[in-house]
Design a protein around this ligand. Structure first.
Ligand SMILES: [Zn+2]
Ligand SMILES: [Zn+2]
Length: 307
């Protein structure tokens, strides 16, 4: 029997708290934690126009579902799902179809799609296939990550969003903190916390206190589609090594991820790097030329649009 309602059939064992939960109680406590995370870090305001980054993966669709419920309580707010199509055939096509199907079932959610092709003039497949990525000595994942970020910023601005919400989970955030630490990069701002800086749309991560395993469960219980293809450009990375280590550690010592996150956030001392404007596109950056422009220059394609 469920520990909370003493009635429902148990579908989830929350190892770090020892609770056995039915579907209803799991969903309730899951959504409550997201709302608490938003309040704790002051992520959203009553009159925000929220751009939800929806890749079409299960995490992003789960986030969209939760945020739609929360946002509905605030009459002056609005929400728009943004999908960036980087042009990876089969893999991204499936994700976009999943996103479209799920969003159309939700009803009443605005969905905006932008593509690398229309913004930058090429698909990721194009620049991998013609050898431009290899010649530039950059990994496809780096190109993809940096340009996706830029594409999302451009789209968020186009739709007048005041904030971008991403589906990074507790696991993702702890992985990032560890990777930053191993690189000697601990002067970064805490992850997924609203920062109002001129020229930036702030980014928040409402799942940052929610373990990935619970997002998977939530997605499963609420008919969020799962992808069957994996990205053809994914290679074993440092992040995978760290993910495997953390997953095993969390299994043996439940609650570790959360403790690690709070410890890291006590240690992090953000330095106030002064930002200048990118010489090419004008966005605020700590470098002379921003990473997006640098990559586009290496790939020998036309300049990145600013807005
Ligand atoms: Zn229950
Ligand atoms: Zn630039």
């Amino acid at each position: 029997m469920c520990n909370v309602c003493n009635k429902g059939k148990v579908v989830y064992f929350r190892a770090y708290s020892g609770e056995r939960l039915c579907s209803r109680c799991f969903t309730k406590t899951f959504e409550k934690r997201v709302a608490k995370t938003i309040a704790k870090y002051d992520m959203l305001r009553y009159n925000d126009r929220i751009a939800v980054a929806v890749s079409g993966g299960k995490d992003s669709l789960a986030l969209l579902r939760v945020l739609a419920k929360i946002e509905a309580k605030f009459p002056e707010s609005s929400m728009v799902a943004i999908t960036v199509d980087e042009g990876i055939s089969v893999y991204r096509d499936e994700a976009i179809k999943n996103a479209e199907d799920f969003i159309s079932k939700m009803g009443n959610v605005e969905h905006v799609k932008v593509s690398f092709k229309e913004l930058f003039g090429f698909t990721l497949d194009d620049v991998v296939r013609d050898g431009a990525v290899d010649r530039a000595g950059i990994k496809p994942c780096t190109v993809c990550g940096i340009l996706r970020r830029r594409a999302l910023d451009i789209a968020a601005r186009q739709v007048g969003a005041s904030v971008i919400a991403t589906a990074h989970t507790l696991d993702d955030v702890v992985q990032t903190y560890l990777m930053n630490m191993f690189r000697g990069d601990i002067d970064k701002q805490p992850f997924g916390i609203r920062m109002e800086l001129e020229g930036f749309v702030p980014r928040v991560a409402p799942f940052k206190l929610t373990p990935e395993s619970e997002v998977v469960m939530y997605a499963y219980l609420h008919n969020v589609p799962f992808q069957s293809y994996t990205c053809p450009y994914a290679r074993t990375s440092m992040r995978d090594m760290i993910r495997n280590f953390l997953t095993e550690y969390e299994e043996n010592y439940p609650g570790t991820l959360y403790t690690a996150l709070t410890s890291f956030e006590k240690l992090i001392k953000p330095s106030n790097v002064s930002l200048q404007k990118c010489e090419v596109c004008g966005v605020p950056t700590s470098r002379r030329i921003c990473r997006a422009c640098e990559i586009l220059k290496h790939l020998n394609v036309r300049e990145v649009p600013i807005q």
